[in-house]
Structures are given as structure tokens and as C-alpha cells.
Design a protein around this ligand. Structure first.
Ligand code: UDP
Ligand code: MG
Length: 309
């Protein structure tokens, strides 16, 4: 029996990349015996992405598009594609050709060997801008220190998942899904492939520093409450220190020593004021997540699609 492979691609303002990536993917699959379906999610693009997808869908019976009602973000666009995929395995990759489609052959052969998840690790790309490399490194470092699941550096959303993993994944209704964390957390037999990323074919990256920080915070807070414990430990440490300080203050008071204190008092107030705000903010993030989850709104809204199911 011929196995079906679904390829899911989130696209936000990727008009200049779509024809190229589908062409590259078709070349890759033409050397295999799989039946392939493409699911492209237009994440509220403001360029010609949707028009191109519709035109392509008219010409190709195995190409499907999902139009979002607005921009919901990369993770939700990906989730929509995975939710709708019904292949025996599903491969997800970015539209900008940074994830080399040719690697898919290797991923498929690992899947045939019996792995349920074949994920990829981006090896250090020396040509990538220094800032992007550093932010990415910091991203994974903080994530791993602060959360209880370990995500290897350089794992993006370029991976293959078996149908049985996808079926479980479809049951997840988290408000802000952090997919690479969820997949790691789910377990099953996972295999990693290293690759050197290519350059973006056209357009610019949609992840800026603020979006990266947000994704990191989202990643940490949806997988552990370790930041809350850190706050407790911090508070404990400072309480201990202050207890040690009390005898000194009393001593100075009884001896009538006049201590000059303006600078130190201001510094202490500012420091602890900041610390308290950070900790309040951390608690706030968790409360906010609970608030968003209790509303139980749908993850995304599909405006139109040519998917039959
Ligand atoms: N993307 C999306 N919605 C967004 C931002 C990005 O669907 O709001 C898609 C984008 O079209 C691309 C993938 O997510 O296919 C990765 O985005 P990008 O290349 O900008 O991220 P980077 O590679 O710089 O981390
Ligand atoms: Mg990219």
C-alpha cells in the first residue's frame, strides 16, 4: 500500500518563496513512492501569499491551503496544519527554504526504520548574523535553565511526526502551544538529524528580538513552575541576609554612630523594587495563562480552505 505523507508549511508574507519551495519539494518526492499532500497555512499575510496559494491549489490536486482570518503567529499556523493533516506521517518546515527540503529523504528513511519523531538540529551557521546566533543561543540556554524539559539548541519546527504522534497532538488544546516543547514532552522514539541551515530565499525574518523573548517566556511558563520556586528561594536568601544585617544596625544605633545612608538606601529601594516587580510579573504571566485558558477560545480561526475534511 502506498503511504501518504503530509507536508505542512506555515506562511506569513512568503509570496516569493512559495513556488520555489513547492517545486523543490516535488523534486524531492518524485524520487520516492509516497503519495504526498501539501498543506499551506496562510497566517494573515498582507502580500500575495493567499492569491498564489489559491492559484497553485487550482493547478495541483494535492495542494491545500488554509486561510486564517488574521495573523495568529507561527506556532498556531503550524498547529492548524498539523490538525488538518491526515497522512501516515507529517513533515513540517518553514516556507523560506531555510530548512533544506532534501533532508526530508533522510527523515523518511529514519521513519521507515521505526522512529516516531524525526527532528532536526541546526548546526551552528557561521554566516548567520552574530546577533541572531547569540539570541538563539541565549534563547535555548534560558529555556533549559528555567524549564523542566530539555530542548536541544537549534531544534526548530522542521520535523517529521508519525500519525500516532499527530493523533495525540491533535487532542492538545493549550492556549499558547509551544510545539517543539510539546513534541519533546510527548516522548515516543525520537531521532535527531543535524543539518546546516540555508539562507532565507526571499523576504525577511518575522522573528525579531521581542518575538523571541515572548516565545522564550511562553516556552518556560508553559512547561514548568520553576520560575515561581526561584522567586521563593530568592526571597529566602535575601531574608537571611537581612537577618544578619539587623545586629549591625542595632549596634550602630546604641553606639550612637551616625551612618551616612542616602545612596545605599536609594540603591536598596530601587533594587528590591525592581526585583519585586519582576517576581510579580512572573506570577502575572501564570495568572494570565490561566485566564486565557479558562476562556477556552479556539486556537485560531479559519476564514477559508479548500481542504475536503
Ligand atoms: N510565520 C508565520 N506566522 C508568523 C511569523 C512567521 O506563519 O507570524 C512563518 C514564516 O512564514 C516561516 C516560518 O513561520 O515559514 C518561520 O518564520 P521566519 O523565517 O520569519 O523565522 P526565522 O527563520 O527567522 O526564525
Ligand atoms: Mg526563517
Amino acid at each position: 500500500m502506498i503511504k501518504r505523507v503530509s507536508v505542512v508549511i506555515p506562511a506569513f508574507n512568503e509570496a516569493d518563496n512559495l513556488l520555489v519551495i513547492i517545486d523543490r519539494l516535488e523534486t524531492v518526492f518524485s524520487s520516492t513512492a509516497y503519495e504526498v499532500e501539501f498543506i499551506l497555512v496562510d497566517d494573515g499575510s498582507r502580500d500575495k501569499t493567499l492569491d498564489i496559494l489559491k492559484t497553485m491549489a487550482r493547478a495541483k490536486a494535492n495542494l491545500f491551503y488554509i486561510e486564517f482570518s488574521r495573523n495568529f503567529g507561527h506556532q498556531l499556523a503550524l498547529k492548524a496544519g498539523l490538525d488538518k493533516a491526515n497522512g501516515d506521517c507529517v513533515i513540517s518546515l518553514d516556507a523560506d527554504l531555510q530548512h533544506p527540503p532534501e533532508l526530508i529523504l533522510e527523515m523518511l528513511s529514519k521513519w521507515e526504520e521505526g522512529y516516531d519523531v524525526v527532528y532536526t538540529r541546526r548546526t551552528e551557521d557561521k554566516t548567520l548574523p552574530y546577533k541572531k546566533r547569540k539570541t538563539s543561543a541565549i534563547f535555548y540556554k534560558t529555556l533549559n535553565i528555567l524549564s523542566s524539559i530539555e530542548i536541544e539548541a537549534g531544534t526548530a519546527d522542521f520535523r517529521l511526526m508519525d500519525k500516532r504522534v499527530i493523533d495525540v497532538f491533535k487532542e492538545f488544546h493549550e492556549n499558547e502551544p509551544f510545539i517543539r516543547g510539546l513534541v519533546k514532552w510527548m516522548g515516543y522514539r525520537q531521532f535527531a538529524i543535524d543539518y546546516i541551515p540555508s539562507h532565507r530565499y526571499a523576504g525577511a525574518s518575522k522573528y525579531n528580538f521581542t518575538k523571541m523573548v515572548r516565545l522564550a517566556l511562553q516556552g518556560v511558563t508553559s512547561f514548568s513552575i520553576r520560575p515561581l520556586y526561584t522567586a521563593v528561594y530568592l526571597g529566602f536568601v535575601f531574608s537571611c541576609i537581612s537577618v544578619l544585617y539587623v545586629p549591625y544596625v542595632l549596634f550602630a544605633f546604641y553606639e550612637g554612630i551616625q551612618v551616612e545612608g542616602w545612596a545605599s538606601i536609594i540603591m536598596t529601594i530601587v533594587f528590591f523594587g525592581g526585583l519585586q516587580l519582576i517576581i510579580l510579573g512572573i506570577i502575572g504571566i501564570y495568572v494570565g495563562k490561566m485566564f486565557m485558558q479558562t476562556k477556552n477560545r479556539p486556537n485560531y480561526i479559519i476564514a477559508s480552505t479548500n481542504l475536503p475534511h
